[in-house]
Design a protein around this ligand. Structure first.
Ligand code: G4P
Length: 529
């Protein structure tokens, strides 16, 4: 198979949702279609339950599961599909943001009863910023939920999407009769039998055909005709180009648990979703078809065995082929590295592979060489963009609780930060270390892992910060900048890359600072042009 065909057959995407909307269930059904798993229940939920805050065994167990479900690949029709797992728990949102840099498209799952929820909003915003093509799946139609048109309105108003439904429900909850597939022009009747893998569909090109009454009853037939007329009047026709540009989002309805509407979603997905796309590096745009291998690290996972500190770095291949035992340039270190056992992922297993193509994810064993965002090439000096840090939500001083183990503590902090567990800020005024996290859970994870993997002990102290803002070095020579640095000295820190950061202690002080020093540009993510 030619290199080009290999690229064309790959679809690498992520499923995003608020916890409990049905991401795990949908993933599992998709894998069933691909024949990658044999039975329901085989994909373990990667949910961090609330109880995990005090249950470290649970955290460890979850870490194991999240390695297993990091990438789930399967073949469907002639396509190789890579699903990248994105944790729904808000404390791990940063992980999900980073994973979104490695997908070529996403499917958003919405709960029919809950509509658009908080986590969905944040994640879709990130996708929209990057023009990632989005398909929406409204799930749990077997339950009572919101009116379909109200939900479609919500998608537009709360998520800012320009949607067009490609399927439409016939009834809902107790009265759920099935789905009219606008894209394929057929009706799919609901039997509530979740063991069936492929549902029977009834072709229905002409919705005015009186047979509709016989099939779904006259009341439902009338409602469906009215609804479809409204859909046609209100929503634009589906336009694949617009979808690919991130300017239009098709919507499907279904019930993942009942495996209903999932085949339609998957069939449409493989037809319209993009193969691996070109990616912007600081230096230039890199096309998937270029012969030289390039890729970047978007996730690092610590080994489950705390005695061996090796880690698994997940690389998304952007161009060329990644080959076993071939030397690649680690651009940040300037070193050539060879990998004798790169892992590929298939269903819920990982195995050693000789060759991987653009769109694929390769897991590389790492003893501390990689950081999130690192680029690998065949020799070109290239840096992939697009893995920004966002301001953490919680900040605490980290103190060494065992003076004999200072070295271990520093090494541990260093490596955990490389993994992206949290962000480290070093205060300019006294070099004290401050850890910033998205959720409170991470502080306990860090403390636990420092002790068990590095033999170091730490304590925390509160450090009230409202927001971390990255400071543009642009005007750093100006008098205003100098005054700002002097007055705000106590609140200035360096992040891990050495970028200057302003740790504003309240919304008020942030506003005052912006007013008083307008030429000092503050950014809310670590990457800015
Ligand atoms: P998540 O990964 O997005 O967090 O959601 P997950 O798939 O775990 O689904 C959350 C809950 O919603 C699960 O129930 C799941 O069975 C249920 N669910 C998913 N799809 C549908 C659907 O189409 N219809 C209905 N009625 N329920 C659905 P649970 O009770 O929390 O978990 P479990 O004990 O069933 O595993």
């Amino acid at each position: 198979m030619s290199f080009k065909t290999q690229i064309q057959k790959r679809r690498t995407f992520g499923i995003i949702s608020h916890p409990d909307a049905g991401k795990t269930t949908l993933t599992e059904k998709l894998l069933l279609f691909g024949g990658a798993i044999q039975e329901a229940g085989a994909v373990k939920s990667n949910k961090i339950k609330k109880s995990a805050t005090s249950d470290f065994m649970e955290i460890e167990r979850q870490r194991g599961i999240s390695v297993a479900t990091s990438v789930l690949a399967f073949l469907y029709k002639d396509k190789k599909i890579n699903i990248l797992d994105t944790p729904g728990h808000k404390d791990f949102a940063e992980d999900t943001f980073r994973t979104l840099t490695a997908v070529d498209s996403v499917i958003v799952v919405i709960d029919v009863a809950k509509g658009v929820e908080e986590q969905t909003k944040k994640l879709v915003e990130v996708c929209r910023m990057r023009n990632i093509p989005i398909i929406v799946f409204i799930n749990k139609l077997d339950r009572e939920g919101k009116d379909a048109f109200d939900l479609l309105d919500e998608l537009e108003l709360k998520l800012g999407l320009s949607i067009t439904p490609l399927s439409f429900p016939i009834g809902m909850g107790y009265d759920f009769k099935g789905i009219y597939n606008i894209y394929e022009k057929n009706i799919n009747l609901f039997s509530g039998d979740n063991k069936k893998n492929i549902e029977d569909t009834i072709a229905f090109n002409d919705i005015t055909n009186p047979e509709l009454e016989t099939i779904i009853g006259s009341a439902a037939a009338k409602t469906l005709r009215d609804n479809l007329e409204l859909v046609e009047g209100v929503y634009p026709d589906f336009d694949k180009e617009k979808y690919l540009e991130g300017k239009q989002q098709p919507v499907f309805f279904g019930s993942a648990l009942n495996n209903f509407g999932v085949r339609e979603l998957l069939d449409c997905f493989i037809e319209i979703a993009p193969p691996p796309r070109a990616k912007m590096a600081e230096e230039r745009l890199v096309e998937a078809l270029e012969p030289d291998m390039t890729g970047f690290v978007f996730k690092i996972h610590a080994n489950m065995d705390p005695k061996h500190r090796d880690r698994l770095a997940f690389i998304k291949i952007v161009s060329g082929t990644f080959e076993r035992n071939r030397p690649y340039l680690h651009v940040r270190n300037g070193k050539k590295l060879k990998f004798s056992s790169p892992n590929a992922f298939f269903a819920e297993k990982k195995e050693i592979v000789d060759i991987s193509y653009p769109g694929d994810i390769v897991g590389l064993h790492d003893t501390g060489n990689f950081k999130i965002g690192d680029t690998l090439t065949e020799g070109e000096n290239l840096h992939y963009k697009g893995i920004p840090s966002f301001s953490p939500e919680h900040f605490r001083y980290i103190n060494n609780a065992d003076p004999m183990k200072a070295k271990q503590l520093n090494k541990g902090i260093d490596q955990l930060m490389d993994e992206g567990v949290a962000q480290l800020f070093t205060l300019e005024i006294n070099n004290r270390k401050v850890i910033g996290t998205v959720g409170a859970l991470q502080f306990e994870v860090i403390q636990y892992r420092l002790e068990h993997e590095y033999g170091a002990k730490c304590t925390y102290e509160n450090f009230p910060v409202h927001k971390a803002c990255w400071i543009d070095p642009e005007n750093s020579k100006s008098e205003e900048f100098k005054e700002f640095s002097r007055v705000k000295q106590k609140f200035l820190a360096k992040d891990k890359k050495g970028q200057l950061v302003f740790l504003a202690d309240s919304q008020f002080s942030l506003q005052m600072t912006q007013q008083k020093y307008p030429s000092v540009k503050l950014h809310f993510t670590s990457e800015f042009d």
